[in-house]
Design a protein around this ligand. Structure first.
Ligand code: TPP
Length: 618
């Protein structure tokens, strides 16, 4: 089928190649220079076009979708600052290894550096944050140019989804006419942009190479695991498509080692927790001081440290876990599929270049029969149980009687929501306290929860869009737990509820500013703390819910305005289950007090420390 002009031909070939490479959706933002790409995408069967007005939100939406699927969702935008608005999501995608393809339209080369409108230097715009970059040639209506285009597009997708997944960038110049207007004698009649290639799939099939340790190296590692009683498997935040919980469980069974599972690892929640020793409350009872306690005559002699640690995924969310591991003196094997360093305490002793799930599967076959030390597992399971009982108010006797009762705090909001999640569920948590509260206060459950967050560079700027992007890729119910500053940053993202047809239950923890700053020493420096760090804003979120068509419920959980923690928890549970079971999207605003939540976390931390490690422990 002849294309009316070379731009149409070029864009059709490019989009067709994306579909051949397995792409099923693109996110396009309005603009003139990208017209050929947007029209080609819109006219392609089997390709969903999510239309997003704000490129920053668009990029985070694509990132969230790719995080959920492990597959690239390409982005299409016009020239100029539109492309720059992709940059935050590109940074996150680079650090968190999420496949992302930015297709930025551009003026033709002769108009660059000429003062032409909406024209800036887009060459290598994202620097080293992308795994693959090409400034495409100008559209040319001949076979060889089309073969070159298709090869480039297939390689870009293959690289984005490869062994070291991440963002890629194609800059795409077009000169007018940008619309599918017929230009006489432009495209030869027999030149077909979607001509048969004689086989299914992309023009170039990119087979990602995945490094594997050789048999000898594997045997050495297996031997160490098999001959060590006290070992740990630490599952950090996973890169898409995630860690295989079954493979990690198999290794835990083969070695007898407990699994310390980050909430974003894919191993904290799910059916495997029925049989696997998955540990989740470590953030409440580990610290640098706990390490080495066994050798300290003044401290409880019941706590033992690991001799060997297998570390999978990215660096754990829990700072206390990271500091603890750094002080243990254990042999620590950091496993990374790209051979890159992701352990900022520099305590790892070995870097194993391997795909982590496959490595666990191979190792579990090799070391089957090593059963670790039952007391060692019991130490972790007991500590976890104690912490969870204290968090659940089942051991209030551990909290000194002269203290006030334990008020409802922000961590309780995470517990209540997690308890009521549907099965299966996709749960997105914003940076700052929500992800930390999920980590500390929500233990392993058998519910199949896909918990996601933007922990690559931990921006609070695209949380709503990332969550809705993840929601667009699944039939799971989507729940987002977000702080008020993070929600404020990305209120534009809420437009996707309607435009991209995603439903969500948004639980807003509104402590009127950045509650996390109470955790830092800057807390005691006034007036700078309040004016420039905590930044109370007094924004009313109900009108925002109205604007975007979300049903709205408010729960007042500030200690000076509620009768008891029990009531708030019940009210929140009712509001959440009501929203979960109803159609459409909901905003549940939980008004909290950051300072009192901070004090409560500290009191609980001290109580858990006492109960697990004895009075002398820090
Ligand atoms: N700007 C961006 C784009 N990302 C960041 N991570 C920061 C600034 C620094 N920062 C980290 S947490 C935070 C800020 C400003 C406060 C977040 O507040 P909120 O979302 O309300 O969550 P809370 O701290 O109350 O849990």
């Amino acid at each position: 089928m002849t294309a009316p002009n070379r731009n149409t031909l070029w864009a059709r070939a490019l989009i067709d190649e994306l579909v051949a490479a397995g792409v099923d959706a693109v996110v396009a933002s309005p603009g003139s220079r990208s017209t050929p790409l947007t029209v080609a995408a819109a006219r392609t069967d089997d390709l969903r076009v999510f239309s997003q007005l704000d490129e920053r939100s668009a990029a985070y939406f694509a990132l969230g979708r790719a995080r959920r699927t492990g597959k690239v969702t390409p982005l299409i935008c016009t020239s100029g600052t539109a492309a720059a608005n992709y940059h935050p999501a590109v940074m996150e995608a680079s650090e968190a290894r999420v496949p992302l393809l930015a297709l930025t339209a551009d003026r033709p080369p002769e108009l660059r550096d000429s003062g032409a409108n909406q024209t800036a230097d887009q060459e290598k715009l994202y620097g080293d944050a992308v795994r693959f970059y090409k400034d495409l040639p100008e559209p040319a209506p001949n076979d060889r140019a089309l073969r070159s285009l298709r090869t480039t597009v297939a390689r870009a997708v293959g690289t984005a989804e490869g062994a070291d997944p991440g963002p890629v960038h194609l800059n795409v110049p077009f000169k007018k006419p940008l619309e599918p207007t017929r230009v006489l004698d432009d495209v030869p009649a027999d030149l077909d942009p979607v001509a048969e290639r004689g086989r299914d799939g992309p023009y170039v099939d990119v087979t990602p190479g995945s490094p594997e340790p050789g048999d000898d190296a594997l045997r050495r590692l297996g031997n160490e695991l098999m001959t060590t009683d006290r070992g740990l498997i630490v599952a950090g935040p996973a890169d898409p498509p995630g860690l295989d919980a079954e493979a990690v469980t198999a290794l835990s069974h083969a070695t007898g080692f407990p699994i310390l599972a980050d909430p974003l690892s894919g191993v904290r929640f799910g059916g495997h927790t029925r049989v696997a020793p998955v540990i989740g409350a470590y953030d409440a009872y580990l610290s640098a001081e706990v390490a080495g306690e066994a050798g300290d005559a003044d401290a409880s002699d019941s706590w033992n440290d690991p001799e060997v640690v297998l570390r999978l995924g990215a660096s754990p969310t829990s700072k206390r876990l990271r500091k603890y591991l750094a002080e243990t003196g254990a042999d620590q094997y950091q496993v990374d599929p790209a051979g890159r360093w992701r352990e900022a305490e520099f305590a790892a002793t070995d870097l194993v270049v391997a795909e982590p799930s496959r490595l666990c599967a191979r190792l579990s076959r090799l070391v089957a029969g090593g059963d670790g030390d039952a007391d060692w597992r019991a130490q972790w399971e007991d500590a976890d149980r104690v912490a969870q009982e204290i968090h659940g108010r089942e051991r209030d006797g551990d909290i000194p009687a002269d203290d006030e009762p334990v008020e409802f705090h922000e961590g309780d909001a995470l517990r209540v929501v997690a308890d009521a999640l549907p099965d299966p569920a996709t749960l997105f948590v914003s940076n700052s306290m929500p992800v930390r509260d999920l980590d500390r206060f929500v233990g392993p459950t058998t519910t199949s929860v896909t918990a996601l967050g933007n922990r690559g560079v931990s921006g609070i700027d695209g949380i709503v869009s990332s969550a809705l992007g993840a929601g667009s890729a699944t039939t799971d119910d989507l729940t987002l737990v977000v702080g008020d500053l993070a929600l404020y940053h990305d209120t534009n993202g809420l437009l996707a509820l309607d435009r991209c047809d995603v439903d969500a239950t948004v639980v807003l923890i509104n402590n009127d500013g950045g509650g996390i700053f109470h955790e830092l020493p800057i807390e005691s420096f006034e007036p700078e703390f309040t004016e420039s760090f905590k930044t109370p804003h007094g924004i009313e979120f109900e009108p925002m819910a109205d604007l975007h068509g979300l049903a709205y419920t408010r729960i007042d959980a500030r200690p000076d305005s509620v009768e008891s923690a029990g009531n708030v928890a019940d009210d929140l549970a009712d509001a959440y289950t009501g929203a979960r079971d109803a159609d459409g999207s909901h905003l549940i605003e939980v008004r909290t007090d950051a300072e009192s939540s901070h004090r409560t976390r500290k009191r609980l931390e001290a109580a858990v420390d006492r109960a697990v490690h004895g009075d002398e422990a820090e």
